[in-house]
Write a protein that binds this ligand. Sequence first.
Ligand code: WTA
Length: 638
Amino acid sequence: MSNYHIKHLEEYFQVYRKSVREPENFWEEIAEEHFIWRKKWDKVLSWDFTKPEVKWFEGAQLNITENCIDRHLATRGDKTAILFEPNNPDEPAEHITYKQLYERVNKFANVLKAQGIKKGDRVCIYVPMIPELAVSMLACARIGAIHSVVFAGFSAKALSTRINDAECKMVITSDGSYRGAKTIDLKGIVDDALENCSCVETVLVAKRINSDITMKEGRDKWLQPLLDKASPKGKAEVMNAEDPLFILYTSGSTGMPKGMVHTTAGYMVYTAFSFKNAFQYREKDVYWCTADIGWITGHSYIVYGPLANGATTVMFEGVPSYPDFGRFWQIVEKHKVNQFYTAPTAIRALAKQGVELVEKHDLSSLKVLGSVGEPINEEAWHWYNDNIGKRNAPIIDSWWQTETGGIMISPIPYVTPTKPTYATLPFPGIQPCLRDEEGKELKGNQVSGRLCIKFPWPSMARTIWGNHQRYKETYFSAFDEMYFTGDGALRDEVGYYRITGRVDDVIIVSGHNLGTAPIEDAVNEHPAVVESAIVGFPHDVKGNALYGYVILKDTGESRNHDNLRKEINQVITEHVGPIAKLDKIQFTEGLPKTRSGKIMRRILRKIAHNDTSNLGDTSTLLNPEVVESIIEGAKDYK
Ligand code: WTA
């Protein structure tokens, strides 16, 4: 029996049991059979969740790009590796074969080396969804530089925070980007960000929109002329199994984002294994994940997982609404996409448009549909199933996180019977459990609690860049000796998991994780603001939207509230990015606080949800009278 590719339910249970009983043998067999190594490991796993420290395949040496590119050359050299679909439907798609990818990655790697980038250096990649994004990541991995991709929708402030935290020596960007009918001045954002980053020596600029930009003498260089001169050959750097592969930032409950560090061997083995199974990928399939590579979904399931399996992976530059809301379906038809992986927020936005634009296209190539990023509600699940899959393509509702590196709980299509809104069963090697608020493990079925993972898995993040203590406190302190996910979940009568949502201060808006603290910090920067508190409330397209309670300074003058709201959202756009704008802003005289000065968000959440019948225990409040006035004020916002 090969553990690598599960084909029926009985096999899943067998494989799962083995992965729990003999985790080391289980992962060792997969690692032996399906990857190439410069040197095999001395030990499969060592771990201690109290430190916490986890090492997989210790002593092994490899380069992930040899697994994602070189080893396919003999058998798949002319197969399309990356299928680039531009923003503009009239611009031709680009088929980059494995052979071409090999040459492009080597050229880019040689440019990085010539610019002084060495193993272990950090390189920030702030590039839109164009091939250079994937190529530059692989080029970093090829020479052992650690990439830190920052989503090219983040503001200059957010970008500079991330560059400084990782002390990046280089930034890779483009002149600008296309987003539907708009263009975005990315280089201008980089220039602003770099006003505050002394660590950056070089900026490489790809040309995409041919805009007029300023190049800073000695720092900024056009990429193409350097690539033209570079050799298409090059040896991959030999990396240790636990050498960092990349840093990727995710929101936390304080203002500073967390730079999650993923390492080489375990990440490769797990993303490859999970890609193969979660999508039941077969050799001739065309696979498309609509995420941006700036998020973990794109890292693991546009770039590394698919390429490690020699797959054809579609990379789409544009947005679902341009030139019209049929764009996704037009692309599925054009490239005969077999597996399609998207987010509930996109499904809800497209469902709102009706089925006319869907029916214009032949979607019969679709075999598997995926959902990720937030809970998928029942209505969206059925719309996706009925209209896109025509009840013929199973939906995999896959739960995982930036921190987990790969899919953790998900049906395996054609293997696990699906159930709307349920992520169903854990992947092999993943040992979830539920705990109550006191930390007691909830055994048996039909229970709900906080979702934890008991045992290490190969693709878990190993630390937070520069702050191991925070890693320990955030993930390993709430519950003894277990990884705590920050999510709540229930387990039904047959053992299926349903993720119910965050139980911390992270709010998921349109599939993007947003910490409330950095947004509050931004709001408080506005000169008229004394204090603010932000909570989420349900939104029919975005899943959640943001509701801000804001206390204004008493200047004795009256101010135009609508203008203030615009200004506050402008400050948020500058500090965090447009995705963090508030849908509702209520000005208030006070915020409910405990005697120790903590804002009682539970109450604010209830008010934002318009559910004030039972506010729970308010006796510990310092200022209970303020609650009534907030409820009264909220009536204007319904
Ligand atoms: C949420 C995205 C319900 C969850 C890969 C998690 C989900 C956070 C699902 C991580 C799902 C992700 N059902 N909730 N299928 N997938 N989430 O780091 O709250 O961007 O903790 O990783 O998204 O978001 P992140």
